[in-house]
Write a protein that binds this ligand. Sequence first.
Ligand SMILES: C[S@@+](CC[C@H](N)C(=O)[O-])C[C@H]1O[C@@H](n2cnc3c(N)ncnc32)[C@H](O)[C@@H]1O
Length: 379
Amino acid sequence: MYSEMTVDTALPEDKGIESSLMNGHLNCDQIREQQFPYVKESVQKLWSIDSKEQSLTKTIYCFSSLNKDLQLDLVLESGADFNKFLCSLWDVCYETDIFKFLVPKIILDQENACIKLIFPQNNLKASKKYIASIIRLMAKLREYNFKELHENDAALHFYMSSGQEILHVNNYPPLLVDFLMTEHNSFDSLLHEKKHTYTTLVEVGCGELENVQLAQKNQLKYIGIDFDPTRINTANQIIQRHGYQQVQVACADIINMKFFDLYQSQHDKPILIFPFNVFGNIAPISYLLAKLKLFSMDFIISSYKINTTTNNVREAYYRNCGYHDLQKIESSFGVTFKSKMGLHTIAYSQVYLCSLLQAFGFTVSVLEAEHGLMFVVNA
Ligand SMILES: C[S@@+](CC[C@H](N)C(=O)[O-])C[C@H]1O[C@@H](n2cnc3c(N)ncnc32)[C@H](O)[C@@H]1O
């Protein structure tokens, strides 16, 4: 069962107010009247869910943080030359127009070959041109071999080789099957509640049309995105065989794909879903989030929890897949499992992911189930 949980990482000390907000005891007008400095205009009622047999039952409030700076940590790939980058820093800033719109703080750590970029939140709220200029800067820094600090390198060749195992139902421990069923039901409830808001369901990491029924049931067009051509071929065969209407797939890496392709007409309003922890397999996420913000995309991320029981379920799953040299890394970003066979999957910590989403100016609600978290994100 998914239920509401605390989202904002920067709420003040007053737990009384916090819990009233979270439990829906105060409505938006009351909140504004009381003028709590940290919520102001940013509170809005997002989902009011009352579905009988499904898993979401509560009214959820969401917050956007007013005072969160966007902080990006980038680290230079080993072997690359930090000095060369330093010599070009001004060119990079000039070419990307970064100082024209923004005044980022740039902290250079030559010893550890990393840089920290801090963009004040007020800058980001103001305009999309700021976001566009951050995207340009991040793209430029990638040319100089900077990666995001927690970037995973799970890639296409993994999914096309030993990564195939990760998608075999026979490898799923029973609790993982429960996780997926709850996830499916909860996506369904959320889409049902937002019936007339969206026209198109975009499934990222769609494989063989895993969640196409969600679109059919909620009368949405469906676009599946996956970077594995074999799975997209099979998906196309399934579309033909079933004669599905308004169902399309595209073979693309979500990081590089053109979001314009998600619109068939100017009236379209897509919502993206990232099921089955696929978000934890994608990198670089800050770059992706910046693009999603630029295009005002709403999306829902389903990820694993990072408690001991869920970590154990994941571990059993990856062992069933044959990744016997598993390495588990716990950090402030979340819990990562790695294998030399190419597995690299992170379940993000709720605090880290919410902070990052809020710093990009998204509003976010988090729903909780036994093994999963759902981040419901509005641009
Ligand atoms: C749903 S995820 C599975 C996650 C895994 N079960 C775990 O525990 O983390 C896998 C699917 O996402 C697809 N995928 C992964 N990264 C992608 C990317 N950057 N763009 C598009 N599809 C991607 C893969 O090809 C695969 O079909």
